[in-house]
Design a protein around this ligand. Structure first.
Ligand code: ADP
Ligand code: ADP
Length: 239
C-alpha cells in the first residue's frame, strides 16, 4: 500500500561556503491515503525534501519510486505527465500567486498548461467546481489576489493544486503565513479534501502542533536527515 518510496534521496547545493547537504541521505515511504508530517527546525531540509520528491529541485542522487517507477529517471515529457498527479501548495499564498491573474485565471492556469486534460469548453465548469470544493465563494471568480484575505488566497493555492485531480500533494507550510484564527479552517479543509478525494499528503511544518491532528505518522528531520519516524501518538510516549 506504498504510494511513494523515497530511497537514499540527496540534495546538495553548491554555495560560496562549499557543498551544503540540504538533504543528506533520507529514505522513507508514504502510504496511499496517509499524511506524513515532516517536521524539524528551520533550515533542516524539509522544504528541499518536498521539492526534490516533485523534482522542483533536481535530486543530487537517490530514487523516488512512485507506484513502482523511479520518477527521478523520467524525462521532461514523462515528468510533465507525472506532475498532474503530484502537486504542491506553498507557504505564502501571496507571493506564490501571480498578482496580475484573476482567481479564474489562477485556477485555470494548470488546465491551460496541461492541454487536453479538460476540454476547453469545460474549463470554466471545472474551475467553478474546484472553487466550490475549497470553499471559495462564486462571486470571487474575477477577483485578484490582493482583494482576498490570506485564508481565501490559500484556498486559491489549494484549488490550483487540486484542479488537475492529483493523487499526492506536498503541503509546504500551508498555514504558517496565515493568522492563527484562519489556520484551523485551512487545516480542516485539507483534512476534508483528503477524505473526500482520497489524497496522500506530505505535510511540511516547523511546528509539531500544526501537523499533530492531521498526520498519521511524523518524520523528524535534523540537519538533512530523518532522525525519527513514528506513528504520531508514539512520539510523546516515554521510551
Ligand atoms: P526547511 O524547509 O527545513 O526550513 P530548507 O529545505 O528550506 O529547510 O533548507 C535546507 C537548507 O538548504 C538550508 O540551509 C537552506 O539555506 C539551504 N537551501 C535551500 N534552498 C537552497 C538553494 N536554492 N540554494 C542554496 N541553498 C539552499
Ligand atoms: P518561480 O517563482 O521561480 O516560478 P515557483 O516556486 O513558482 O518558482 O515554481 C517552481 C516550479 O514549480 C516551476 O517549474 C513551476 O512550474 C512548478 N510549480 C508551480 N506551482 C506548482 C504546483 N502547484 N504544483 C506543481 N508544480 C508547481
Amino acid at each position: 500500500n506504498v504510494l511513494i518510496d523515497v530511497k537514499n534521496l540527496k540534495k546538495y547545493f553548491n554555495t560560496k561556503g562549499g557543498t551544503l547537504h540540504a538533504v543528506d541521505d533520507i529514505s522513507f515511504q508514504v502510504k496511499k491515503g496517509e499524511t506524513l508530517g515532516l517536521v524539524g527546525e528551520s533550515g533542516c531540509g524539509k522544504s528541499t525534501t518536498g521539492r526534490a520528491i516533485l523534482r522542483l529541485h533536481e535530486p543530487t542522487s537517490g530514487q523516488v519510486i512512485y507506484k513502482g517507477e523511479d520518477i527521478v529517471k523520467y524525462n521532461n515529457k514523462q515528468m510533465k505527465e507525472m506532475r498532474k498527479k503530484m502537486q504542491i501548495v506553498f507557504q505564502d499564498p501571496y507571493s506564490s500567486l501571480n498578482p496580475r491573474l484573476s482567481v479564474f485565471e489562477l485556477i485555470a492556469d494548470p488546465l491551460y498548461v496541461n492541454k487536453g486534460v479538460v476540454p476547453k469548453n469545460q474549463i470554466e465548469e471545472r474551475v467553478k467546481h474546484t472553487m466550490e470544493l475549497v470553499g471559495l465563494e462564486k462571486r470571487l471568480i474575477n477577483s485578484y489576489p490582493h482583494e482576498l484575505d490570506g485564508g481565501r488566497r490559500q484556498r486559491v493555492g489549494i484549488a490550483r493544486a487540486l484542479v488537475l485531480n492529483p493523487e499526492f500533494i506536498v503541503l509546504d507550510e500551508p498555514v504558517s503565513a496565515l493568522d492563527v484564527s484562519i489556520q484551523s479552517q485551512i487545516l480542516n479543509l485539507l483534512d476534508e479534501l483528503q477524505e473526500k478525494l482520497g489524497l496522500t499528503y506530505i505535510f511540511v511544518a516547523h511546528n509539531l502542533s500544526v501537523v499533530k491532528h492531521i498526520s498519521d505518522r511524523i518524520a523528524v528531520m535534523y540537519l538533512g536527515n530523518i532522525v525519527e519516524l513514528t506513528e504520531y501518538n508514539k512520539i510523546f510516549e516515554d521510551p
